[in-house]
Design a protein around this ligand. Structure first.
Ligand code: BES
Ligand code: ZN
Length: 452
């Protein structure tokens, strides 16, 4: 038996310990848990034999750094992951509690199992295994693990912009994406960017009786609905002037490769999504809509009366959480301005409306014709026993665009999650065979990269 096989049960115990920490970055009440998760991550890096391990403090949640750079002349890889997680609600839909990891069948269930504690630990354990068996690594490795990926925090952006020489590397390696299908080794070469913010619509100076004032008073919730429908039409076309101007269409070869992916659209609709129809711009294929077109989505609306029973009120205010996903070559700052202008233009009489951005991240598109990507495809193909496919994803990992901009390096995104892992949803899970194969694939990757 190999070292990694011998150590599987310990890996799972350590993963469980990590998963028990409710490191939810968007809620201020979890600050102490965030710190515990950062400290746990640092201890993991030390145990793996990394040096100069430290928590990097600054505005926002701590970054965790560690390195092993004793392979002169060999390439340097920057390993990225995140120790923070999304909130677990709705709680009553979880079969086992979100922060009490439970193994059922071959899956481990907990918030963060796949996104991203399990996959971050793949990187750590791959390095740990090589250090434990050989005492050295075949290449240089730097770890930079953040704690506010899920909430759009900017600590890591400022750090990467300010410390390019410390982080200097030949490629970033990220395990925070999915396999296209079970057993199908997958590299992700494109991610969407994001602009997330709040639309605040204000009407009268206070809530009003809807009988006494209805017919004369502006209604901010109705106004919000009008603004939203002006921003996007029934066919899913975004009606914000200029929004599509910089959108780069995928190359014909890439579209052709997507059309050959093993995929059953009807099964995707009925089983994975469980909705009565797929929506979006009718003139584009599903993968174009998911991976190569921008979106505009509403996440929640607050305002007026939502308690039990009835209350006749015209609310004074409405608040809409909304985001746009961006594709290459859209620019987040420009998208914010375009949204703000379109909101102002659509704002009806009697209310004010303002879009306030919380956070932004650029899209990223990686050229797969790159030795670090090819080495990753070889490692995945070897471990999974099938040719590796290249896909994009509609999700965002904002730091990838900044690794490109500030460090000039590509991100190699080796995916070990599965489409049914329930990221950001109840009953998030990780398929344990992928955890083990991920560890083997990453350690093999280091050897292949070292051979050049
Ligand atoms: N790991 C995900 C992104 C992802 C999911 C990429 C699936 C590819 C496949 C990441 O942790 C995530 O969810 N990011 C947020 C970022 C945002 C809050 C800035 C996202 O995409 O919503
Ligand atoms: Zn993630």
């Amino acid at each position: 038996m190999s070292y990694t096989e011998d150590n599987r049960s310990r890996y799972v115990e350590e993963l469980k310990e990590f998963l028990r920490i409710p490191s939810i970055s968007t809620l201020s009440e979890n600050k102490a848990d965030i710190r515990r998760a950062a400290e746990f991550t640092a201890a993991q890096l030390r145990q793996a034999g990394m040096g100069n391990v430290e928590l990097i403090e600054g505005e926002g949640n701590p970054l965790v750094y560690g390195e092993w750079v004793q392979a002169p002349g060999k390439p340097t890889l920057l390993f990225y992951g995140h120790y923070d997680v999304q909130p677990p609600d709705p709680l009553n839909e979880w079969i086992s509690p979100p922060f009490e990891p439970e193994i059922r069948g071959e899956n481990i269930y907990a918030r963060g199992a796949a996104d991203d504690k399990g996959l971050t630990l793949i990187l750590v354990k791959a390095v740990e295994a090589l250090m434990a068996t050989r005492g050295v690594l075949p290449v240089n490795v730097k770890f930079l693990i953040e704690g506010e990926e899920e909430s759009g925090g900017e600590h890591i952006s400022r750090y990467v912009a300010s410390k390019p020489s410390r982080l200097q590397a030949d490629a970033a390696v990220i395990c925070d994406t999915e396999m296209f299908a079970p057993e199908l080794p997958t590299l992700c070469i494109g991610l969407r960017g994001i602009v997330y913010g709040e639309l605040i619509v204000k009407g009268a100076k206070q809530d009003l009786h809807s009988g006494v004032y209805g017919g004369a008073a502006p209604n901010p919730i109705m106004a919000a609905a009008e603004i939203l429908t002006a921003l996007k039409d029934r066919d899913g076309r975004i009606r914000i002037p200029g929004f599509y101007d910089r959108v780069r269409p995928p190359a014909p070869q890439e579209l052709e490769a997507w059309s050959r992916l093993p995929f059953d659209e009807e099964k995707y609709r009925s089983e994975e999504m469980g909705s009565s129809a797929l929506t979006g711009e009718p003139e584009f294929t599903l993968f174009e809509r998911l991976w190569a077109r921008p979106t505009l989505e509403v996440h929640g609306i607050r305002g007026g009366f939502t308690g039990e029973g009835a209350k006749t009120v015209i609310p004074a205010q409405a608040l809409v959480k909304l985001s746009a996903r961006l594709v290459a070559d859209q620019r987040p700052e420009e998208a914010v301005e375009q949204i703000q202008k379109a909101v102002a233009a659509a704002c009806p009489l009697g209310v004010t409306a303002e879009f306030r951005p919380f956070h932004c991240g650029g899209p990223s598109l990686i050229n797969p014709d790159n030795p670090f990507i090819r080495a990753a495809a070889d490692a995945m193909t070897e471990v999974f026993g099938k040719p590796t496919v290249y896909v994009r994803s509609g999700g965002s990992i904002p730091i990838t665009a900044l690794f490109d901009r500030h460090l000039g390096i590509p991100s190699v995104m080796m995916g070990f999650g599965l489409p049914d892992d329930n990221l950001h949803a109840p009953n998030e899970k990780l398929y344990l065979p992928n955890f083990y194969r991920g560890i083997d694939a990453v350690s093999l990757y280091l050897d292949i990269v070292a051979q050049g």
